[in-house]
Design a binder for this molecule. Structure first.
Ligand SMILES: Nc1nc2c(ncn2[C@@H]2O[C@H](COP(=O)(O)OP(=O)(O)OP(=O)(O)O)[C@@H](O)[C@H]2O)c(=O)[nH]1
Ligand SMILES: [Zn+2]
Length: 342
């Protein structure tokens, strides 16, 4: 079933006036004129951490969902309306009474055949695919899959390539050049500091960006460099050691310094099941291959003998990464019928 980024109405909870004209059931029910807006930063066991207030006067509020929301999901990145105690004082608890319409929705299924899709993050504009240039080696099929997830979510992808101190980034960049995906390269200086952070800050400035990457690519190193008090912001402190720990498996939104955008870290998210992506649309998420489908027979699945993509790629029209990209595309198409391996 085709989905668009506009189909957020399933989660768009509007508080309707009481039609029967009877007294409202609760005092703050009508219109919630006194509701305070905030952004969901984290979710933990049914409690939501919500940032409210303007620059200079921002604070976290702990909130629960109001019963009137029904079963609507609330995820990191959602803009919500709060009533009740929004002071954020120790022990206080506000109530979320409304979720604003979502601008983008990053979805995820456990694997490619899983019928249960979960919204991972709402309202993010950019999907930052973090990959090491080596150690561990880049995984092109995983990167391709993340790009599909980004395009499908209506988000702009950014390739963030780490560990350029260990290898020359040129060959990798050449592979991805035909896609015209923005990229930033970082490396580590002998003193341990990260080189290239300015370019990263620039790419993240003023927007909400989700970071994904598999283990060892240097994502934690980056998050800590970008958000120096990330561990404190996450608010996860080990009871035994008292030290900050960042092992949560759910997404967490971290404000960048100077109010200049947000990063949403997704610990534990290493890939995206794409069961929710319409197979007929997958090729449109391969902008370097799509023009090659013009010669395809009507109704081509792009995984059949008559498919024009083989000739297109063989002619070099899709650049040096063409064969690998076509392989990625076909694997994604095939995994729609059988759970695929990455
Ligand atoms: N040479 C080099 N090493 C780096 C760089 N960035 C991170 N590392 C190292 O790579 C290893 C993995 O970095 P992490 O930041 O822990 O990676 P991660 O992606 O968060 O991985 P997990 O914690 O397993 O999810 C660490 O030993 C880092 O010190 C870099 O730019 N260059
Ligand atoms: Zn085709």
């Amino acid at each position: 079933m085709a989905r668009s980024t506009r189909d957020y109405d399933e989660s768009d909870v509007r508080i309707r006036p009481n039609r029967r004209g009877s007294r409202p059931r609760s005092k703050d029910r009508p219109a919630h004129a006194d509701a305070v807006r905030g952004r969901v930063l984290g979710v933990d066991r049914g409690r939501y951490r919500v940032l409210v207030g303007d620059t200079g006067d921002r604070h976290d509020v702990t909130a629960m969902r109001a019963r009137e929301l029904g079963r609507k999901g609330i995820v990191v990145g959602d803009e919500v309306h709060l009533v009740g105690d929004t002071t954020g004082a120790e022990g206080s608890l506000a109530r979320i009474v409304r979720i604003s319409p979502r601008v983008t929705v990053l979805r995820r299924t456990a694997d490619d055949t899983d019928p249960v899709e979960r919204v991972l993050v709402a309202n993010a504009e950019q999907l930052v695919v973090v990959s090491a240039l080596t150690n561990p080696e880049p995984r092109p099929r995983l990167i391709d899959r993340c790009l599909v997830a980004a395009y499908d979510a209506g988000m702009e992808p950014l390739l963030l390539l780490t560990k350029a101190d260990l290898t020359d980034p040129a060959p990798f960049l050449e592979q991805y050049a035909p896609l015209s995906v923005h990229h930033v390269v970082t490396s580590r200086a002998p003193d341990g500091s990260i080189i290239g952070l300015d370019a990263v800050h620039e790419a993240l400035a003023g927007r909400v960006s989700v970071l994904v990457g598999h283990s060892g690519v240097g994502k934690s190193t980056l998050v800590n460099a970008l958000v120096p008090d990330a561990l404190r912001a996450v608010g996860v402190v080990n009871d035994v050691t008292g030290r900050g720990r960042h092992t949560s498996t759910s997404a967490v939104a971290l404000p960048l310094p100077d109010d200049d955008g947000w990063v949403v870290d997704t610990p534990g998210v290493r890939s995206f099941g794409l069961a929710h992506v319409d197979p007929a649309r997958i090729v449109t998420h391969f902008p370097d291959l799509e023009p090659g489908t013009e010669e395809c027979p009507r109704g081509c699945t792009h995984d059949e003998e008559e498919c024009a993509l083989d000739a297109w790629v063989a002619s070099g029209a899709a650049g040096p990464a063409g064969p690998a990209r076509l392989d990625s595309l076909r694997r994604l198409l095939r995994t729609r019928t059988a759970a695929g391996e990455e």
